[in-house]
Design a protein around this ligand. Sequence first.
Ligand SMILES: [Zn+2]
Length: 298
Amino acid sequence: MAQWRSTAEFRFKKKHGKQSSYHCTSVSVGDNWIKIPKCKPIRAKVHREIVGKVKSITLSRTLTGKYFASILADDTQEQPKQIDNLEANQVVGVDMGITDLAITSTGHKTGNPRFLKKAQRNLKRKQQALSRCKKGSKGRHKARLLVAKAHERVAFARNDFQHKLSKQLIDENQAVIVETLKVKNMLKNKRLARSIADAGWHSLITKLEYKAKQEGKHLVKIDQWFASSKTCSVCDLKQEKMPLRIRSWECSCGAIHDRDINAARNIKKQGILKLKAEGLSVSADGGLRKSGRLSVAA
Ligand SMILES: [Zn+2]
């Protein structure tokens, strides 16, 4: 992904009118430039080393006038084969929450940089300023740009955070298990929906999915409903109620649970069942024991 602001900006606009994105092939990319047909090289900030032959570039312009180039390159390497002998200690369950965007079965909590919320006051102020401007005035145009910029900053920061988090999860594990049905259910709840949209669960799952594919790892989505929060991950006993305000609890078996870590551990268990049902082998935690290729019904 490359980003640039350059003198070529004007030309690009003129040439393609109102088009906000432009796709072309027969292009080349250098350390700090991009060359598209019929233009001088365009100065660019190339964020990642381009490996392999550049196939095409898609140019796009954001509302605030920033230009981006998304570069498609073919490194001629085949996609890695998916790992089929997994080790349970390399499988991680991830519970997605609001206080923490992600909580793992290993007990790691990410925290949740709630960019939107923090920026909300700022946005609100800018939106109010916008509404005070006379329609069609120069001031209104400026104010609108400020609102768009505030939105954009939030989106960039959130995206960046999710990229780092998903990369780390995929790098450190052979399989990542997430629960998707919960996301759908919670989005129906309006009060929670805002925080959830803020946390961006869905886009995190999307990133995990393609990164897993690139690395030959597994992303397992648990969509079958099960009580990940209510069930004890040690003895499988299901509690009758588990209101959201309860953050930690003790099971009758003696296990003391952090609500979210317990849920993540249950998600991991379900994921392992699903992997095995697909015919993969998952060795027990820390052990050498290997399960056969027999299907285990989840
Ligand atoms: Zn228990």
